[in-house]
Design a protein around this ligand. Structure first.
Ligand code: MTE
Length: 307
């Protein structure tokens, strides 16, 4: 098990590997990809810390791969069509509201979030339930910091995330009636875990539309469907929220959705995965490689009964 290792700002070097050149440094027994700490939007907005946990046979996925093969059902179920369709997503103005079981609702725009809570860079694996995966350098703010700034009531036990519903812009919301808006949920404990992020950029740039501009959730130990794109609302709730995928197909997409190579999807195995841009299939890691950090959250929970 490779444990994720936080890297200090002083260790961050700017090799711009995402433009083709890659550099790796041996550090703490693991090979860590050192990323460009480039400004995401404002010059000077340097992410505070890089968090990398790559094994020796892993490298950051090419930007072109991650931005041209996307799940974003609001636009299309055709992953290769999403990038062009999402050109009409207007990431500004945008507000993320936090409401529900809170003493007072708040709403922040993406720049407020970055300024208030400070950008961090995290290199995480992203494992889609469909069997493909990527390694992405995200920039964003820890979700725990954002929630920590809000006073919630004693009834708050779950967090629901909501994406936009606007068929005039999102072509995929026009035809077949699906349970829009796209929603997802976490327990409060999961949402407060330091690995969970609200992301506003990737590869040292603002988040591309097709990847969920201007703000998305990233929960690296869960299947990608939990990492909701283009967040508009964060709602604190007392009861467990029902997600878009639970409404579509509850036996296939559970509330927890933790990456687990031993629990097959009803229609395929989850034991292996293919990184975007690669051909060989590699073993899928329990909790997507973050078991050391998160397994304690699920002690005593049977993943077969609570997928
Ligand atoms: N968020 C919204 N709003 N709509 C979606 O269809 N798809 C999810 C997730 N977030 C989805 C979403 C799924 S299934 C995956 S695998 C990831 O986004 C894909 O993220 P990526 O396109 O940035 O790789």
């Amino acid at each position: 098990m490779t444990r994720s290792v936080p890297i200090l700002p002083s260790e961050i070097t700017p090799p711009a590997w995402y433009e083709g050149r890659r550099r790796f440094l041996a550090h703490a027994g693991a090979l860590l990809a050192i990323t460009a700490a480039g400004a995401v939007r404002d010059a000077g907005a340097v992410p505070a810390r890089t968090y990398a946990a790559l094994g020796p046979d892993e490298s950051v996925t090419r930007f072109e791969e991650v931005t041209n093969y996307n799940n974003f059902y609001e636009y299309s179920t055709d992953k290769k069509a999403v990038a062009a369709l999402a050109e009409n997503l207007r990431p500004r103005p945008w507000r993320v509201e936090i409401r529900g079981e809170v003493e007072q609702s708040v709403s922040w725009d993406p720049d407020d979030l970055e300024r208030r809570f400070g950008l961090e860079e995290r290199i995480y694996r992203l494992r889609c339930v469909e069997g493909w995966s990527a390694v992405v350098p995200w920039t964003g703010v820890p979700l725990a910091k954002v929630l920590g700034a809000v006073k919630f009531t004693s009834r708050a036990r779950f967090v629901r995330f909501v994406a936009p519903h606007d068929p005039s812009r999102f072509y995929g919301q026009r035809g077949r009636s699906l349970p829009w808006p796209y929603t997802e949920g976490l327990t409060m404990e999961e949402a407060m875990h330091p690995l969970a992020m609200l992301v506003t950029g990737m590869y040292g740039k603002p988040l591309p539309n097709q990847n969920g501009a201007p703000v998305r959730l990233v929960v690296p130990w869960k299947y990608g469907y939990k990492s909701l794109k283009s967040v508009v609302s964060i709602v604190l709730e007392n009861e467990r929220p029902e997600s878009f995928w639970m409404r579509m197909s509850p036996e296939e997409y559970g509330f927890y959705g933790n990456v687990n190579p031993e629990v097959p999807h009803p229609r395929w195995s989850q034991a292996r995965e293919v990184r975007l841009g690669e051909v060989r299939r590699r073993p899928t890691l329990p909790y997507n490689g973050y078991a050391a950090e998160v397994a304690h959250l699920y002690r005593g929970l049977d993943p077969l009964k609570h997928p």
